[in-house]
Design a protein around this ligand. Sequence first.
Ligand code: PLP
Length: 385
Amino acid sequence: MKITTALAKVQPSYIREILSTANRPEVISFAGGLPELQSFPMTLINEALAKLHNQPALFQYANTEGYPPLLNFCRAHYALDDTQTALICNGSQQGLDLIARAFIDPQDCVALQAPSYLGALQVFDLAQAQIVSINTDNQGPNLAELEQCFASNKVKIFYAVPDFHNPTGACWSLHTRKRVAQLCRQYQVTLLEDVPYRELRFSGENLPLVSSLCPENSIVLRSFSKSIAPGIRLGLVSGPKAWLAALVKVKQGADLHTNVPMQALLFDILTHTDFANHSQNLKRRYRDKYRHMANILSSDFASVADFTPIEGGMFIWLKIRHCDTDALAREALLENVAIVPSSVFFKGKIPNNSAIRLNFTQASTAQIELGLKRLLKVIMKLQHP
Ligand SMILES: Cc1ncc(COP(=O)(O)O)c(C=O)c1O
């Protein structure tokens, strides 16, 4: 059977392909966006699982919005006001897909940061959106470019990852947050704020959600993949009630509702007295791994590369001078190191100053040392053949 025209245009995910190779035991992977296995709160998970065995009602069909105790907890925890509501999804990725299906007609204009999260590019491509890329640096999107884009296109959605962006790790300044909120209001653009890394701040001060500065114009996507574990596949969409009602309709057609036993498990974990300890430990572990990688990069890679320090998340964006990073990724894999070159995160025009995305959460500190040693050798070989 012939696949749809929209699907035929979607490129296979480079990261999925590289991950299949990166899973070989001899490969040290800085490629995926995988949380550290050892950081999963297994004691809390096991305790919560044990409580499921005598609750048959949790295994019945249920309402689409989500498991009521979890929904109520989220409404209170994220301080949603009376104009807002929430929907529990199969990961925030499902939230993205539902939003595209509910609100994007073919050729509707979606603006997003370049480089971009690949999963978002894939969703908006499938929805046949017209995608406009806004250049992004370590402060966030180029504001002049964003305003020009809003002024000259009928932009329906601006998709953004303001906290520890995937792939650059950048966190928007307060000034950028205020200005983006103002522009979304002025041009009546819906801000789609995706914040899966927000809970992973290990230094610096929390900044307000951009959506908190323009709530009537925003939808927020949250994820429990990075703060707990991705295999539970749970995320939360919140926003104005009328928009969420549209998403509920689409979700009914997609899968009726999210897995209730897993929602009950998540509720149990989030409300456990030890959850705060888990969050602190997770951030400490990621901070230490980040510092370890950053120290090596600052000393050993100084003559060939540079990066902007980050305050949270899971990625370092390493800019490498005079280097074809596509070739570097291929060569590095031959030396058993997996990285992702910058080119895969761009749609359309790829800038000259190439970079790589390095994940610092999955590898152990010993693997970080060895992997970076191998990587430096390959960079040197490419630059001085
Ligand atoms: C920016 C961004 N949004 C959404 C997701 C999807 O997360 P989830 O596991 O909640 O579906 C990811 C996953 O890596 C991501 O990086």
